[in-house]
Design a protein around this ligand. Structure first.
Ligand SMILES: *Cc1c(COP(=O)(O)O)cnc(C)c1O
Length: 391
């Protein structure tokens, strides 16, 4: 479909392959395998002479529909869907890197990603150097002769630090390393990393793409040669962390409302951020849509809005932060994000609880910090819910 269409249009009008019943809403193909007309056709499918479905670990029409739709929205040549966001990251690395390769990664990454790099990839002799998300020079300084990948999230979790994707792509390009962006917080509605010079986009579809906290899913997006010949898809179809057809169908339908949801999340989050910034019990606030954010100008260039996640530090440390959580009656106390229901979490004792106090202090994850993934309830109701514990 034509390139000039906007993401919200692509979300509704791509990836559609109607069956003989001419259904309007996309069909869900719950089948693990596909039948052939003849022995000849089976042989042609397996040899690759004829394209078509064989087995759902390789392809499934519902999964393909999701892949085509998300690829169109991100402006990517190819998308491969995965069972979870973590298996998207794993497939990307297992497909593209080899033993002896080196990764430069942001030190502000999703906890499981840090564990993957530190504890699992190390066993296969893939080493990672962690650097500041915001200090572009430190990425260049960390380069080794065997550096093959830059990996980051922007905005980061939970402090919403912004990395300069275009500047980093200039550096990674010089050494022929892949620039990989986990675009979970922004989604293609707010930020298109491939247009800014990234090579690969990762998604945890579990978050905003589904948007209603129902299923797990993930995706890796990029150029056809990188994804196919480069081995990302090869890893998936062999190792098997493919997306289930049911989950693909849920997320496919989730994409249809992504634009209106993300816009509404952003609007509510900005309103929350303004309210929190002026609240006497708040020390600091981290939201890329506020002029007080240290990378406000970069965020404005790189992403359409500040997004749906607001992080703030309450006065009085852990006790005060826990009081806010425990006094809520409406918002959900959970570490998940990207849901239409507002979620509230205390990073220091949950998502970042397993790292040392020193590492937490260095990263700025203080005991008074709370992260709110602002949902689609009325902002006044969310504010009243937090105000109770803020006192
Ligand atoms: C949740 C998350 C992941 C992992 O996704 P799963 O679907 O839970 O495996 C990766 N990156 C970011 C930024 C996330 O928020």
């Amino acid at each position: 479909m034509s390139d000039h269409l906007k993401p919200e249009t692509l979300a509704l009008r791509t990836g559609i392959h109607r069956s003989q019943f001419n259904e309007h809403s996309e069909a869900l193909y719950l089948t693990s395998s596909f039948v052939f007309d003849s022995a000849e056709q089976a042989a042609a499918r397996f040899s690759g002479e004829e394209s078509g479905n064989i087995y759902a670990r390789f392809t499934n029409p519902t999964v393909t529909a999701f892949e085509e739709r998300l690829a169109a929205m991100e402006g990517a040549e190819t998308c491969v869907a995965t069972a979870t966001g973590m298996s998207a990251i794993t497939a990307c690395i297992m497909g593209l890197l080899s033993a002896g390769d080196h990764i430069v990664a942001s030190q502000s990454l999703f906890g499981a990603t840090v564990n993957l790099f530190n504890n699992i990839l190390k066993k296969f002799n893939v080493e990672t150097t962690f650097v500041s998300a915001t200090d572009t020079q430190s990425w260049e300084a960390a380069i080794k002769p065997n550096t093959k990948m830059f990996f980051l999230e922007t905005p980061s979790n939970p402090l919403t630090e912004i990395s300069d994707i275009a500047a980093l792509s200039e550096i990674s390009r010089k050494i022929g390393a892949f620039l990989v962006i986990d675009n979970c917080f922004c989604t293609p509605i707010l930020q298109k990393p491939l247009e800014l010079g990234a090579d690969i986009v990762i998604h945890s579809a579990t978050k905003y793409l589904d948007g209603q906290g129902r299923v797990l899913g993930g995706a890796v997006l990029g150029k056809r040669d990188v994804m196919m010949d480069g081995g990302v898809y090869g890893f998936l179809r062999t190792a098997g962390p493919t997306l289930s057809a049911f989950n693909a169908w849920v997320i496919l339908k989730g994409l249809e409302t992504l634009k209106v949801r993300v816009d509404a999340h952003s609007k509510n989050a900005l309103q929350m951020a303004h309210w929190l910034e002026s609240h006497p019990k708040i020390n600091r606030i981290f939201y890329p849509g506020l002029p007080s954010h240290p990378q406000f100008e970069l965020a404005k260039r790189q992403q359409a809005t500040g997004g749906g996640i607001v992080t703030f530090e309450v006065k009085g440390g852990k006790e005060a932060a826990w009081r806010v959580i425990n006094e809520t009656q409406l918002v959900s106390i959970t570490a998940n994000l990207g849901d239409v229901k507002t979620t509230l979490t205390h990073p220091a004792t949950t998502t970042h609880g397993r790292i040392s106090q020193e590492a937490r202090d260095a990263a700025g994850i203080t005991d008074g910090l709370l992260r709110i993934a602002v949902g689609l309830e009325a902002v006044e109701d969310i504010q009243a819910d937090l105000a109770r514990g803020l006192g």
